[in-house]
Write a protein that binds this ligand. Sequence first.
Ligand SMILES: NC(=O)c1ccc[n+]([C@@H]2O[C@H](COP(=O)([O-])OP(=O)(O)OC[C@H]3O[C@@H](n4cnc5c(N)ncnc54)[C@H](O)[C@@H]3O)[C@@H](O)[C@H]2O)c1
Ligand SMILES: O=C(O)C[C@H](O)C(=O)O
Ligand SMILES: [Mg+2]
Length: 558
Amino acid sequence: MTETHARTPATPSVLVDPLRNRDVAFTPEERAALGLTGRLPSGVFTLERQAQRAYQQMQVQGSDLAKNVYLEQLHDRNETLYFKVLAEHLVELLPIVYDPTVGEAIEKYSHEYRRPRGIFLSIDRPDDMEKAFTTLQLGPEDVDLIVCTDAEEILGIGDWGVGGIQISVGKLAVYTAAAGIDPRRVVPVSLDVGTDRESLLEDPLYLGNRHPRVRGADYDAFIEKYLETASCTFPDALLHFEDFGPSNARRILEQYGERYRIFNDDMQGTGAITLAAALSAVKVSGVRMREQKLVVFGAGTAGVGIADQLRDAMIRDGADPEQAATQVWLIDKQGLLTRDMADLRDFQQPYARDPAEVADWARGSDGKNSLLETVRRVKPTILLGTSTVHGAFTREVVQAMSEGTERPIIFPISNPTSRIEAMPADVIAWSGGKALVATGIPVAPVEYDGVSYRIGQANNALLYPGLGLGTVVSGASQVTAGMLLAAAQAVADQVDPSGPGASLLPPVDNLRESSAITATAVVKAALDDGVATSKPIDTAQAVREAMWQPVYTDGATA
Ligand SMILES: NC(=O)c1ccc[n+]([C@@H]2O[C@H](COP(=O)([O-])OP(=O)(O)OC[C@H]3O[C@@H](n4cnc5c(N)ncnc54)[C@H](O)[C@@H]3O)[C@@H](O)[C@H]2O)c1
Ligand SMILES: O=C(O)C[C@H](O)C(=O)O
Ligand SMILES: [Mg+2]
């Protein structure tokens, strides 16, 4: 019997390429030219009408997770339409594609899985790395940004293995929606080094490497290979690191920060957005930056990243460098961190206190110096929550803050909602309306005593898109301290926090405009710091021209 070559019907490739697909927005001429004759209903829609339909379809989904899954499917069908819908409903949809719903999408990744997005690099097959990047079929100058995660410390929800790819996808969606980073020039990456979460290892549907996290020399070699491969393949790309565990996050940045163009969002982005909120709050509180006293509850990647930036801000405002470090108190699982503790992490050491200083402090039944005792003794002006401990900022703690200072600055910034140290409505009520509050999650305005308090979102999403855009436009070879500071200052300068209940940070509904202003300041700082490789004559114009818009541009489908 002669073998026949079986044929199957083909789907025109343009319809399955989310970067080129316009679906029913293709005109009859385009349909003919692209081999789509008869493959679409005859109606020809504008992007606006497509966006109305997609928004309606999204709205009838039964839960926030279902909305996230629906939007991701749209993302995979038609990116222009996805970003059009996102741009038109940013305030409503940011919490769906990003924090807090992205946390749930990560937890349920293997169960909700529809199709892959991004590059999956496995520690079990390190030699596949180059090949994996090659499958993108992009040239060396074609990529601006790569977001990677090893998912050890996703938001405040811990180790989620390969599901972490969704934080890379979510962060990049925010880069595009908030700052117009071109979605054709970005790559989300999962660095799958295994997971220590038993429930994933036992889950028959789990899609990642089914073994405990690889640590030590093999892990380090894998990260180094990633940095080498990513930066050789795409030398212009900014390498964004997201949600690594505390020991690796800082180590990687410190070890490789000068050799590669790295940005650690949880340390640097979070530090800068919280500094922006603090700069605004300080204007209202009347206590100078150099006189602030900061208590950090949760001295990990974000907490100490923020402490470093606030300490530097005190020094810039005239504090003596050694003195500034003594104006910071770190609390972690061991209680207040003191120099005699054997298990301090290296990055915590500069802030560890002399044990003699706390010798007569009341200790709890567990033998630790508590947050409440620390607040009573220190009388801090700023209390920061980066612990993932829901409810840690109790009424007593907030009242003790209010007794120690006239306008306490209280930032419970742990994400997602299930991890926040206190809800703003409580903090405002317990402080009698005196507290200056910002959170990581989006929060509706709080009504208290006839005043409407707008809660600034001290989430790095309000800063890193503009910082990234400024880095791309300037072609900066590094993300310098000057660029971070410029971004923080630019964000803070966009608000007037002086009125009753005013927000400390710009509103999310103005994020694109805010990111453009931030990016312009970042380009200038990159030029001042001598790291810019591209020197635009009109910085603001160069930034605006670089911003990708969700429109169908002529010729894009050709
Ligand atoms: N708003 C933002 O932009 C932003 C940015 C980054 C991180 N975060 C949030 O900050 C939180 C921490 O993130 P991270 O990356 O720093 O994680 P991390 O694991 O590096 O740090 C958390 C720290 O809290 C400590 N901790 C845990 N339980 C504690 C307890 N009972 N008392 C005192 N300390 C305790 C841990 O030991 C650890 O040092 C997360 O919820 C994350 O979502 C927010
Ligand atoms: O992702 C976020 O919402 C902010 C931050 O990077 C975090 O890890 O919580
Ligand atoms: Mg993060």
